[in-house]
Design a protein around this ligand. Sequence first.
Ligand code: UDX
Length: 434
Amino acid sequence: MKIAVIGTGYVGIVTAVGLAEFGHTVIGADKVSEKIEKISHGDVPIYEPGLAELLKANLKKGTITFSSDLNGTIQAADVIFVCVGTPQGDDGSADMSQIEEVSRLIAENLNGYKVVVEKSTVPVKTSSWIKRTISLYKKSDQEFDVASNPEFLREGSAVSDFLRPDRIIIGVETERARDMLTEIYADFKDRLFITNIDTAELIKHASNSFLAMKISYINLMADLCERTNADVEQVAKGMGLDPRIGGLFLKAGLGYGGSCFPKDLKALIKIGEDLGVNMNLLKETDRINVERTRHFLEKIKRALWILKDKRIALLGLAFKPETDDIREAPAIKLIRDLLNEGAILRLYDPEAQANMKELFPEDKVRITYVKTPYEAVNGVNALLLCTEWKEFSELDFGKIKGLMANPIIIDGRNIFRPEAVRKLGFEYYCVGRK
Ligand code: UDX
């Protein structure tokens, strides 16, 4: 079986490399030839632990090749994984134009039976559109099937999520497609969940929105904790002891960001509303999340009063640790708000600085990027923590205190122990606990 993976973004490149690692013959394809040129030489365009090594090993073994010739790639493949982007459109719905474009290309190059697998996150019922598009544009009478195999990988642990999945969701409508996908995932037969296509499509949106809801729920509890004597970390721990709830994704803080949760939640709201379903539960989830940075800014103002010309260190720019991705990162909104207030910012992140520089270029007056957390805190009136990179929990606080103008820490991810930092002489503010 020859497998094509179209699109070399986050999901595409990890899928291509992962399937090659399972022992399949894979062609990764993308219309952007410069990208293909780089990846073919083992140059990964994103920071993702373990990905570069795995790509290089499979290039060497010859299990994976890359091409910008989409027509040739489609013709050569028995199974085509569609991993192109489905970005957020103006009304919150997913923009499906890239999926349409690939469907038409597949139609034009249908030279034998093929299974077209949606891997990108798509609205329920997309498979019917893909099917209709291919049927409408195909020039031969060759048969094809559409299937859904949503991807659940998390940035920062994408490679291990793909290689050691806890479930593989497959939506099919024919035996033939079911057999081919079962063969692709032969090593994980015990983890396959096979269902119809609409169900598989909905499982992806339903899972991401549920996790986003869990995060907003604990952040709502954090607001309650701040007005009482309760501690949100303990509330989360106590709740998580109930196996029906589970302890994961109950970390209060600056809220969720990234390329999935915010976009998928909005897309599901739109899907539901278009189908006439009241989606207020998810609208509220989004509203609580959007509030997080404003709430954090109020905390900063309570500590510093006037922000104009205050020097502020911001540690952590990525939307979460172990990635250089800043899409929908709380740090973006915070930087914008702080600049509007006239603050002077010193920014640090182990991986995401280059990306943030594109959005907020360095001017060395209001915005300075530095190479270490210690450089960041030099002479500042406060230290803000936005992403829980491991290195931040191992900082030398004695050194930090000596460098800061005022020893004030405002921790948006609750990574420090309040008693410990206060004992060292810091004024310490965090989320949902005293
Ligand atoms: C998510 C899903 O987990 C994954 O299954 C899907 O395929 C893509 O979307 P990802 O966006 O990479 O993955 O990150 P994830 O680890 O899920 O975190 C998402 C956001 O939620 C981050 O901003 C994180 O900081 C935040 N978060 C997570 C919390 O604020 N609290 C938590 O308890 C967990």
